[in-house]
Design a protein around this ligand. Structure first.
Ligand code: SF4
Length: 341
């Protein structure tokens, strides 16, 4: 009998739900059915570790500042970016606010309990729509992320590349079959993800501890899942300069890119002799590995679009991506030339 027969699907879902009831981790967003609170957690966790979101207080602080769609919709963009500072990928914060405004306008501040309507909201893809539908409304909607893909590829012993068109379609259809057979779609989806995070993890899984081992068809689980593409990192160099006065520091506000509205050290114009280096640091963003050089200001301070003096007392409130915040802090402490990896 194939694993995806209704009987096996129901038995597997039951085993997974029972394991989760006993061993599932307790997170604030798992204690609520508030769609807004769940949405915030999902967006924060898209590119950020749970430990960062929780232990450093980002989630709690955000929920205190913007407890519902209405407060987020009415907030200034600066306040939103500032609350997001340190999480990176600022487009997520902007999209979240844009979504809150649409929910206020179209749905009176209440997220609709309808997967099709949720999918129409800005910045919402199939994964988040499935997560909201199941976690907030208990609907049998599937979710497929990296963890779920890995578990499914192993359970079904499927070597179809999970990032191929065929692989994606298969993963979603298997996830749907399983969640439809579950008695508690929210618990089932959480369990599937958590199984991938903790037991059926990347590399060698801990099959001895697996609650669904008897259903698993994987022959060599560590060889699964298969992927077609590998992300190639590109090295780039970024040069900025540090210029301070008795009143404050010159910063540049970004425009026309994913960091629009955020502030950074001003870009050093190309050409001419490079001023002395104050600091070299490295950071990664999407598929780039960036070497950030902070130079002293050129003798004749260049005109840089969007540059202005930010007073020292306002620096803390000025939204700034973490790599620049760290570099600015280090330079202002006068630590001299060194490498911040
Ligand atoms: S038995 Fe092993 S490979 Fe199969 S689902 Fe469980 S942990 Fe993953």
């Amino acid at each position: 009998m194939p694993l995806s027969s209704p009987i096996h699907s129901a038995a597997l879902a039951k085993a997974l739900e029972a394991w989760f009831a006993e061993c599932g981790k307790d997170y604030p967003w798992r204690r609520t059915r508030d769609a807004y609170a769940i949405l915030v957690s999902e967006v924060m966790l898209q590119q950020t570790q749970i430990s960062t979101v929780l232990d450093r207080g980002y989630y709690t602080k955000w929920m205190e500042l913007f407890p519902d769609f209405g407060t987020l919709a009415a907030a200034s963009e600066e306040a939103v970016l500032q609350a997001w500072e340190g999480l990176g990928y600022y487009r997520r914060a902007r999209n979240l606010q844009q979504l809150a405004r649409v929910v206020m306008e179209r749905h009176g501040g209440v997220l609709p309990a309808d997967p099709a309507l949720i999918l129409e909201l800005p910045g919402i893809g199939p994964y988040t729509a499935g997560a909201l539908s199941s976690f907030a409304f208990g609907l049998p909607e599937p979710i497929v992320d990296g963890n779920v893909s890995r578990v499914l590829a192993r359970l079904f012993h499927d070597a179809t590349p999970i990032d191929s068109r065929e692989g994606i379609v298969t993963q979603w259809s298997r996830a749907r079959e399983l969640v439809v057979a579950a008695s508690d779609p929210a618990a089932f989806n959480s369990a599937l993800m958590e199984l991938g995070q903790t037991i059926c993890r990347t590399g060698q899984p801990d099959c001895e501890s697996c609650p669904v081992r008897r259903f698993c068809q994987a022959v060599d689980p560590a060889s699964l899942p298969v992927k077609t593409s590998r992300t190639v990192l590109t090295d780039v160099t970024e040069r900025v300069f540090f210029r301070s006065t008795i009143e404050g520091v010159m910063l540049q506000q970004e425009t026309g890119n994913r960091r629009t509205g955020l502030w950074k050290l001003p870009a050093l114009p190309e050409g001419g002799e490079l001023p002395p280096v104050l600091l070299k640091s490295k950071y990664g963003i999407t598929r780039y590995r960036v070497t950030l050089w902070v130079h002293a200001a050129p003798e004749e301070v260049p005109e840089v679009e969007g540059m202005r003096l930010i007073r020292y007392e306002d620096l803390f409130q000025t939204p700034m991506p973490s790599p620049y915040r760290r570099a600015l802090d280090a330079v202002m402490k006068g630590q001299g030339e060194f490498v911040l990896e």
